[in-house]
Design a protein around this ligand. Structure first.
Ligand code: HEM
Length: 157
């Protein structure tokens, strides 16, 4: 166990810092020729919903689960998008740039955040191969990510 008194989201600077990250990231996405076509239905609420999702992932309030449909809704949002590996890698590249610009200059913090994005984008890519309306079953609770990476089910509060 890595000893840290703060959760990742506290060390990041809270939901406010994640809003800045999300804002910077989607500005880059919408200007990117490979990714912009995937985001044709983009609205500014997307920026806020991603910030709220990330706050929960990194140990903060469970607002995405309580108010926005939780893990099933997050997976469902990616159905039918047919995300390619090339698009996933570009997404990671642009997020890496946004993390460098917006998150604290802490190597372990940034590494853990990018490990989450690498893990999560693979799931988004795989789910996106399924058609809209596909039955995904119960995906379990919204994942949690700590200073030690993915929190195992038996270690959750
Ligand atoms: C860890 C990785 C990811 C996270 C945390 C994430 C998060 C989210 C969230 C929270 C939503 C719902 C937004 C809303 O309710 O408005 C969403 C939708 C969406 N995501 Fe992702 N996503 C990830 C990966 C990806 C990747 C790799 C792509 C494509 C390259 C992608 C493309 C989209 C699109 C196109 C939507 C629908 C957007 C819209 O029409 O508003 N996502 N994502």
């Amino acid at each position: 166990m890595t000893e840290h008194s703060e959760t990742l989201v506290e060390a990041i600077g809270g939901t406010e810092a994640l809003r800045r990250l999300s804002n910077t990231f989607y500005a880059a996405v919408l200007a990117d020729p490979l990714l912009a076509p995937v985001f044709v239905n983009f609205t500014p609420t997307h920026i806020e919903h991603v910030a709220v999702w990330l706050a929960e992932i990194f140990g903060g309030p469970t607002r995405f689960t309580d108010e926005l449909g939780g893990h099933p809704a997050l997976l469902g949002a990616h159905l039918g998008l047919s995300i390619t590996e090339e698009q996933r890698l570009r997404w990671m590249e642009l997020m890496g740039g946004a993390v460098e610009k917006e998150l604290p200059d802490d190597a372990l913090l940034r590494r853990r955040v990018m490990e989450y994005f690498d893990w999560g984008t693979r799931i988004a890519r795989d789910v996106s191969a399924e058609p809209v309306g596909a039955e995904l079953g119960d995906p379990g609770p919204t994942p949690r990510w700590s200073w030690d990476g993915l929190v195992k089910a038996e270690d959750r509060d």
